[in-house]
Design a protein around this ligand. Structure first.
Ligand code: ATP
Ligand code: MG
Length: 763
């Protein structure tokens, strides 16, 4: 399984420019968690970014605990954070630091500021300070203590440290500008008094530095070159630079901001996650439903999948919401390759083969991986008279599209025989207790001859199968944005965990905790690292096998694309002809695109023109766009743009291109709007969803709304309407054009046609 190809985002660009300009000889970044909770998937993005950049460009990344707040921090979190960073695949070597180790240095920097007249002790309380800060439109008022002498400030600050004053009696503030347009610059707090025990420094200190003072100086003390943080710190950058300028440490780090990761159907603030743990809505920080790294690890998410996800979502300057299915896509992508196949029955239904001899048993061989994975290995599966199948795979009164086992019907047992359901056995309450079936002995591992049997189901041998518990997880919240629905806990999904008791095939009797499997037709499962043992088998469902995206893609392939068929008749270049023209590094892409993805020869040709373009297209797919839709868009739209701008110079990456195509696929936008958004993206590099939001470009799909647009048009053009009704068919185009124009190009063309036709024919 390979890593996702790297896309050149703005931070990579900045670093390359800095290195080219000789500003730094190596890249030094840091990951600075506050040890007040477990890390979550948002932190994973920051970890992958910081460690990833120093790996790529040569350098190092420090793990620094940003532990300047004595009341919330804890050694348990220091441990868990280190575990999680290591597990994600990153190594800080001997660069493990604690901001609390810098307390003395920080104190000395503060003293320097006081000496230089750049800081003062303010004896107002926090409320007074807040009241005097002013607003965005009005300047603040200077504190009456602002002009204390250097001597008095030095004396008071020393006594603050010595513990002479109660909490809140004084603070140390920077002396900057009470009228600054940036509120952060209106004499911000640097130190506060807190008589609290610190988990590392104990009671050595009763004054603690504020984030804005401690963070930048910690960066400087460690010679960090690129201090990367999330967008909410954008306004703090001026202060960051001010502190560095006036404290004048030898190293001068710079701050850069990127958009934080948000994922739907979950919450990511440590405070909220802490609430879930404390109130026991989940079993702990590592509950497999939690968006924590510990939870995801326990659920069976591979570290590589999380890294790939963090690369695919890209690094941007605008906040956006990422779809949970994108993360799940990355997980399936890795596990498809990693997880051996096995059979498990989660809701058992007994099946007795009356044609199979009592006491007889066969050992059948099954592959560990399907052919397309190209990994060797087999396992033995026993087969005998009594089996278990999934209760869902049988329907006594089948619905129309049910192709599995039904009374009197046939089905194939995967890797074994074709069987037929002869009778159903029931208990006194009418509950089905067993299916009595017959088997066709000539069908071992192959389709029966002369008749078509559609369904294939999985099974286990009742004689040898091993009991197992299955923990089937679903999303923890019902709302897409649980944060915005009032009390976030009200959105908890009551069915986020369903425990089922069933069986797994005998080859799994002794598997270790922490092993991955694909239970065929069910999903990817992971032997729980805590509760699984040889005595009690426990499997967590990591992720189901299918999602909506795959369904949409396969439906699309089944609908014939008429226009393209005609075109290919005109051009009619054969696969062999084009293949002969391809360079060596284009061939594998060309073949994959045509043979595996089913693209036309011409499209496959265009998309494999360079390996970079081919990878761009593939990343669009891994980001969720459908094969055909993405191909069509690249060939028709992007190629037009690439006449003027080189691919590497595009201000947006493949995941954004993919997002645009997905908007098209979902029918959120028309192709005309997609063009508009694309040209905006070429200008600004913005996310298509953000452009859509700000410009209100959503497609109009509501027939009522379209009708309302058309009505006045028809009134204004009553003569033309009459002429049309009298047989001047050609006027139809005029009406479409006018209606489209009235909708600002936003009407869904299909619906517009339907509505317009109906309205014109009614008289
Ligand atoms: P939370 O809001 O969950 O408490 P935090 O930002 O307070 O998170 P820290 O421990 O201070 O947590 O974060 C450490 C680093 O991780 C910071 O550099 C922060 O910017 C980054 N980070 C936190 N949340 C996200 C996120 N959702 N996406 C990207 N980076 C994040
Ligand atoms: Mg924080």
């Amino acid at each position: 399984m390979s890593e996702t190809p790297k896309i050149k985002h703005f931070l990579r660009q900045i670093i390359e420019e800095d290195l080219a300009a000789g500003k730094f000889s190596e890249v030094v970044t840091r990951f600075p968690p506050e040890p007040n909770g477990y890390l979550h998937i948002g932190h994973a993005k920051s970890i992958c970014l910081n460690f990833g950049l120093s790996q790529e460009y040569g350098g190092r990344t420090h793990l620094r605990f940003d532990d300047t707040n004595p009341t919330t921090e804890d050694m348990e979190f220091v441990q868990s954070i280190q575990n999680d960073v290591r597990w994600l695949g990153f190594d800080w070597q001997d660069h493990l630091y604690f901001a609390s180790d810098y307390f003395e240095d920080l104190y000395q920097f503060a003293v320097k500021l006081i000496r230089d007249g750049k800081a003062y002790v303010d004896s107002c309380n926090l409320e007074e300070i807040r009241a005097m800060r002013g607003t965005v439109t009005e300047p603040g008022q200077p504190s009456p203590y602002r002009n204390r002498s250097v001597e008095e400030n030095l004396d008071l600050f020393a006594r603050m440290r010595a513990g002479e004053f109660a909490d809140g009696a004084h603070v140390l503030r920077a002396k900057i500008d009470m009228a600054s347009a940036n509120m952060k610059m209106r004499d911000p707090l640097l130190y506060r008094i807190r008589h609290a025990h610190h988990y590392r420094s104990g009671d050595a200190w009763c004054i603690y530095p504020m984030y804005d003072f401690a963070h930048c100086l910690s960066d400087a003390l460690e010679s960090i070159t690129h201090s990367i943080c999330t967008l909410e710190f954008e306004n703090n950058r001026d202060l960051y630079d001010w502190v560095i300028e006036h404290c004048d440490p030898p190293a001068k780090p710079k701050q850069f901001e990127f958009a934080r990761l948000n994922i739907n159907y979950t919450v990511m603030s440590k405070r909220k996650l802490m609430t879930l743990v404390k109130e026991k809505h989940v079993s702990g920080w590592d509950d497999p439903r939690m968006p924590t790294i510990a939870g995801m690890r326990r659920r069976g998410y591979p570290a590589l999948a999380i890294r790939n996800f963090c690369e695919q979502i890209g690094v941007a300057k605008a906040n956006s919401m990422v779809d949970f299915s994108q993360l799940e896509y990355c997980i399936r992508d890795v596990l498809n390759y990693e997880a051996p196949r096995a059979m498990a029955i989660t809701r058992p239904l007994k099946l007795i083969l009356e044609t199979y001899r009592e006491g007889q048993s066969e050992s059948l061989e099954a592959a560990l991986f399907p052919d397309e994975i190209g990994k060797p290995g087999t396992r033995k599966m026993s087969f005998s008279k009594t089996l278990y199948i999934e209760a869902d795979d049988f329907m006594e009164n089948p619905t129309k599209n049910f192709h599995r086992l039904v009374p009197g019907g046939e089905v194939r047992l995967k890797n074994a025989y074709t069987i037929k359901c002869e009778r159903v056995e029931k208990d006194a309450n009418g509950q089905i207790t067993a299916l009595i079936c017959s088997h066709d002995p000539n069908t071992l591992g192959k389709a029966p001859e002369g008749r078509k049997v559609k369904g294939i189901i999985h099974w286990v041998d009742a004689q040898t199968a091993v009991p197992a518990e299955f923990r089937v997880y679903d999303r923890l919240f019902l709302d897409e944005r649980p944060d915005t629905v009032g009390e976030f806990k009200d959105s908890l999904n009551p069915d986020s965990l369903v425990v089922l008791n069933g069986f797994v095939e005998a080859s799994l009797a002794k598997v270790d905790a922490g092993s991955h499997f694909q239970f065929e037709r069910q999903g990817y499962y992971f032997a729980d690292p805590k509760d699984h043992s040889a005595k009690k088998l426990v499997f967590n469902r990591t992720v189901s096998l299918k999602d909506g995206f795959n369904k949409a893609a396969s439906e699309e392939i089944n609908t014939p694309a008429k226009v393209e068929e005609v075109q290919s008749v005109v051009k009619a270049r054969t696969y062999e002809e084009v293949l002969a023209t391809k360079a060596e590094n284009q061939v594998p892409f060309f073949q994959t695109f045509h043979n595996d993805y089913g693209l036309s020869v011409d499209d496959a040709d265009t998309l494999s023109a360079t390996p970079e373009l081919a990878q761009f297209y593939q990343t669009m797919l891994t980001s969720g766009a459908g094969r055909d839709a993405a191909a069509k868009w690249v060939v028709n739209e992007l190629m037009r743009i690439l006449k003027d701008i080189a691919l590497a110079a595009l201000p947006f990456d493949a995941s954004k291109a993919s997002a645009l195509v997905q908007l098209l696929e979902k029918g959120t936008i028309s192709s005309k709007i997609a063009k508009e958004i694309l040209s905006e993206m070429v200008e600004t590099g913005q996310d298509p969803n953000a452009i859509l939001e700000t410009k209100g470009l959503k497609q109009i799909n509501d027939p009522q709304a379209i009708r309302a647009l058309i009505e006045p048009l028809l009134q204004q053009n009553a003569e033309k309407v009459q002429a049309y009704r009298d047989g001047k068919d050609k006027l139809y185009g005029f009406f479409v054009g006018q209606a489209m124009k009235a909708s600002g190009g936003k009407a869904n063309p299909e619906i517009l046609n339907q509505v317009l036709t109906a309205m014109l024919s009614a008289s």
